[in-house]
Design a protein around this ligand. Structure first.
Ligand SMILES: NC(=O)c1ccc[n+]([C@@H]2O[C@H](COP(=O)([O-])OP(=O)(O)OC[C@H]3O[C@@H](n4cnc5c(N)ncnc54)[C@H](OP(=O)(O)O)[C@@H]3O)[C@@H](O)[C@H]2O)c1
Length: 252
């Protein structure tokens, strides 16, 4: 991880995504501290997102959980704290407690992940004080989630796209529309998709284990997709989800 983070910082990446349920917060904390020092950067130069998982929602000590995350991450605040899932039976109460943590300044922003319209409606019908600052959702050309994005725009909820490359599955990698746009722009398919996200004001949270891909994935600022190309890419929507909710969130 040290090699990846060092290369990422060198290329220009400044945002990191983790979660309690990834069981790697403590590694992210240690490696980030070491790499920031080596790069002559400090905590305030990076944006850290972490998430509170279902088992922690079940236990109910939401304030205690942020303390553990801060300790794991070697920091006294996180930039964005997300509820990982709208865990049925728990999520409204969790949100109320997250609002309290936000008021204390231990997290700069609070948000949710994996909410669809049904869960947004439920959350908003509870008496919430803070509108989520961010939604992290599976979002890519095969899942444009237009209804959710329109709702978030109306409520001024920012968007982070997870699995933004749809894991580069064959339906993406071999897609003729993406190939044509890629050739005409002189850019790779991942670069075209990441640019599509950027032009949607959706922040792509991609993953790679290969340091040489970081430069490629960052290099999306010297071209623009036309409105027609944006529409063509969005036309790949098939309401397809790589990650199944039922596996990660019983009762979803
Ligand atoms: N909130 C949630 O519930 C949730 C759920 C899932 C994921 N996430 C977050 O989203 C992040 C990314 O999601 P993801 O890993 O599912 O999907 P992804 O970023 O769409 O896809 C990752 C795959 O794309 C490949 N890839 C990346 N750049 C590439 C390039 N330039 N050329 C070719 N292949 C490339 C990677 O392979 P190589 O390693 O070989 O480059 C990897 O197999 C996760 O790490 C996590 O932080 C959040």
């Amino acid at each position: 991880m040290t090699e990846l983070v060092t290369e990422g910082l060198k290329v220009g990446f400044r945002a990191f995504d983790t979660a309690r349920d990834y069981s790697n917060e403590h590694i992210v904390g240690r490696v980030l501290e070491e790499c920031l020092k080596k790069a002559g950067l400090s905590r305030k130069d990076v944006f850290i997102t972490t998430k509170i998982g279902n088992s922690q929602q079940e236990k109910g000590d939401i304030e205690g959980e942020i303390e553990k995350s801060l300790e794991n991450l070697h920091t006294d605040y996180v930039d964005l704290w997300l509820m990982h899932w709208p865990y049925p039976g728990y999520f409204e109460k969790t949100w109320e407690k997250m609002e309290k943590v936000y008021a204390q300044g231990k997290v700069r922003a609070i948000g949710v992940a994996n909410y669809n319209m049904r869960y947004f409606r439920k959350l908003f019908s509870a008496d919430i004080e803070v509108v989520p600052h961010c939604l992290q959702l599976e979002h890519h050309p095969m899942r444009t989630a237009d209804d959710i994005l329109a709702f978030c725009k109306e409520k001024q909820i920012s968007i982070q796209a997870y699995s933004p490359l749809c894991r580069m599955i064959p339906a993406i990698r071999d897609n003729i529309i993406l190939k044509q746009i890629s050739v005409s722009k002189g850019k790779s398919i991942p670069q075209v998709i990441l640019r599509w996200h950027y032009q949607h004001l959706s922040v792509p949270v991609f993953k790679t284990l290969k340091p040489h891909r970081l430069g490629e994935n960052f290099n999306i600022w010297d071209f623009e997709l036309t409105e027609q190309e944006m529409r063509q890419i969005s036309s790949l929507d098939a309401d397809y989800k790589y990650h199944l909710e039922s596996v990660s969130c019983p009762g979803y």
